[in-house]
Each structure stands twice: as structure tokens, then as C-alpha cells.
Design a protein around this ligand. Structure first.
Ligand code: 2NL
Length: 350
């Protein structure tokens, strides 16, 4: 038995893994192991010899068991130490930058425009993209036979239901809700639709932002003053505004509004097509028919309205040459407009 134990000790001293140790344990203490074999031999001994023999085998088993347990613990600790040293985390390494998104360039423009008008006491009003013919056309002085409807062909759901061609129906509905009592002072942003073939400057879906003020004693000069402030806020303090006569069915008189070019300061360049001026919006005094249809007394109330395209403003402001970039969701394009911490762009063109 002493030889068996010596032999075991010898083998144990060569063990370097917990798996080899487990195998050794089976070799000695398993069902067919050496120590178990010694026990089985008891039956060949006389009754006098049995107790002393049994005690010796038990001692051997205990020694082997405690040796194995001790070594197992040592090996386990070694394994853990190895894992811990290999898996250390270097907290001084730079972190991985998180990719953060940002608002779409059109959203940025709409937000800026809204902020400006909120500052002047306007309310933001949104409405339906699927509209009734009445609110999109009729209520805006565009009866069924009106030739100006040609320029605003759209997607029809049915004879009377269509995708709105401008955000004006939101304003027409708001006027109607007021039941002839002013003031009304609102800004209406949103998606609009036209039957159009898409190219670099046209899209069948785009955005519009319109403004409407109706109250007593509202004059064209109020419109001009408002738009002058607006031009300076959006395009720089030195900007000037120019009104040219125009025509819209829902305003009378109607004007096109130009601002002096922010790139060449009026000298002439590719942005303003050498004219020094950029057409930025359409506007006018609300047509008396529009006021009357919504229930306002046009001898008591007057108002101004204006409309512009945030797509176009974004294209001018950020130098985008193709409107389709705004709608094709290419991240390489969108990522250029992620604002910096000060709220500006990495490379603000103005
Ligand atoms: C443009 C021109 C315009 C309006 C929109 C309007 C709305 C009501 C009454 C009167 Cl409810 N007018 N909106 C007026 C003039 C021009 O938009 O060039 N838009 C891109």
C-alpha cells in the first residue's frame, strides 16, 4: 500500500491540469480504481486480518482524496489567476465614438422658421395631408373651373378627396373654426403633394410652410415688415427684401418676395443667377372671398398670408444642387448636416 501511495504521489506531482487530475482520481478512487480494488480484496482475508487491513485502505483513500482536493484547489486558483490576468481591462484606452443622428436638413429649416415666428407670437398649426377638395381649393378661391387648378394637379383619392397641394387647407380650417372672430396668427408647416415628374428641381412630394395673420387693421406694410425681419433672421442681418407684383388666387394683391443674395451680397453670382436677388416666397393680402367663405366680415377684417418651400430654402442655404438628395435617405448625404455643439453646421455656408 505504501508503494501504491508513493506511486500516486509521483503521478500527482506531474499533474498540471484539472482534467488530468480528474483522470487520476478515477484511476485510484473510481469504481475500477486501485483503491477500490484493494477494498474488494477484503473478502479473501480472515476475520482477524480484516479490521487492520480495512483501516489501512481507508487511510490510503483519505490521503489520496485530500491530496487530490488540495491540488484541485491549487489548480483552480491558478486557472482563475490566469483568466484574471488575461482579461484585464485597460481603462485608459479611448472609448468607441457613438454615432449620433441629427435632424434632417429640411427639419432644421422648419424648426428655425418656427422658432422665429413663435418669437413673434404665432402658433404652429398642423393638419391633414389627405384633404377635401373644398379646403384645398374651393375655400381658397379656387372653384372647380379655375384655370390655376391646372398648376396644382395632385393625387386624387376620389373626386372630392385628394393629397393636399399646399398647407393652406390648415389655414382655411383654422379661419372657419374661429367663426368670424380674430385674431388669427398661425404658421402651418408640413408635407404637400403635386402631380409632377421628379427631377433636380421638382419632387412630387415636398414641404411647405405657410403663415397667416388675420385681424383688424392689417396692411401690406405689416407683411413687408414681418418678412424683412424674417429674411434677416434666416439669411443674415444685412439682407434686404424686395416685393414684386404677382398673382395667387387666394391673395389680392399678391407679391413675390426676393431677398438680396446672401452669397454675393447683391453683386451677382451663381446662387442668384447674376441678379443679386433670390426669390424666397410668395405672399399677399388675404383675398376677401377667402375671408368671407370662412365666415369673416371682410369690411372689418383683413390679413396677410405667405408661403415658402423649406426644401428650396435648405437647398439655397446649404448649397444642395438636387432636391432628390433630400428624399433618398443616403446617410452620406444626411451625415453632412449633423449640427455641431454650438447648433451650427460643421461647415455653415452662410
Ligand atoms: C408660394 C406661395 C402662398 C398663401 C400661400 C394663403 C392661405 C390662405 C389665404 C391666403 Cl388661408 N393665402 N397662403 C398666400 C400667398 C402665397 O404661397 O410660393 N408658396 C410656396
Amino acid at each position: 500500500m505504501t508503494t501504491i501511495y508513493d506511486e500516486f504521489k509521483e503521478k500527482l506531482s506531474n499533474i498540471t491540469s484539472r482534467q488530468a487530475l480528474a483522470d487520476l482520481k478515477v484511476q485510484y478512487l473510481g469504481k475500477k480504481g486501485q483503491v477500490t480494488g484493494l477494498m474488494k480484496e477484503m473478502k479473501n482475508l480472515s476475520n482477524e486480518e480484516k479490521p487492520a487491513y480495512g483501516q489501512k485502505v481507508n487511510e490510503l483513500r483519505q490521503n489520496i482524496t485530500s491530496d487530490i482536493d488540495r491540488i484541485d484547489e491549487e489548480l483552480h486558483k491558478e486557472e482563475l489567476d490566469k483568466i484574471l490576468s488575461e482579461e484585464t481591462i485597460d481603462v485608459t484606452l479611448p472609448g468607441r465614438a457613438k454615432e449620433i443622428g441629427g435632424p434632417h436638413p429640411i427639419t432644421r429649416i422648419i424648426d428655425d422658421i418656427e422658432d422665429f415666428f413663435i418669437g413673434l407670437g404665432y402658433e404652429i398649426k398642423e393638419g391633414f395631408e389627405v384633404e377635401q377638395d373644398y379646403y384645398n381649393f374651393e375655400a381658397l378661391n379656387l372653384p372647380k373651373s379655375h384655370p390655376a387648378r391646372d398648376m396644382q394637379d395632385t393625387f386624387y383619392i376620389s373626386e372630392e378627396i385628394l393629397l393636399r397641394t399646399h398647407t393652406s387647407p390648415v389655414q382655411a380650417r383654422t379661419l372657419e373654426e374661429k367663426k368670424g372672430v380674430g385674431p388669427v396668427k398661425i404658421i402651418c408647416p408640413g408635407k404637400v403633394y403635386r402631380r409632377d415628374s421628379d427631377d433636380a428641381t421638382h419632387s412630387h412630394q415636398f414641404t411647405q410652410i405657410e403663415g397667416l395673420v388675420v385681424d383688424k387693421n392689417i396692411h401690406l406694410s405689416d407683411l413687408k415688415g414681418t418678412l424683412e425681419l424674417f429674411a434677416k433672421k434666416m439669411f443674415g442681418n444685412e439682407r434686404q427684401v424686395r416685393l414684386r407684383p404677382s398673382y395667387f388666387p387666394f391673395t389680392e394683391p399678391s407679391v413675390e418676395v426676393d431677398i438680396s443674395c446672401f452669397k454675393c451680397k447683391g453683386a451677382g453670382c451663381n446662387v442668384c443667377k447674376q441678379s443679386g436677388w433670390i426669390e424666397i416666397l410668395g405672399a399677399g393680402m388675404v383675398h376677401p372671398n377667402v375671408l368671407e367663405m370662412a365666415g369673416f366680415d371682410s369690411t372689418e377684417y383683413s390679413g396677410f398670408a405667405f408661403g415658402m418651400g423649406p426644401d428650396r430654402v435648405a437647398m439655397l442655404k446649404y448649397g444642395i444642387e438636387d432636391i432628390r438628395h433630400l428624399y433618398t435617405n443616403d446617410l452620406r448625404f444626411i451625415d453632412q448636416f449633423i449640427p455641431t455643439e454650438d447648433g451650427g453646421l460643421e461647415d455653415e455656408s452662410i
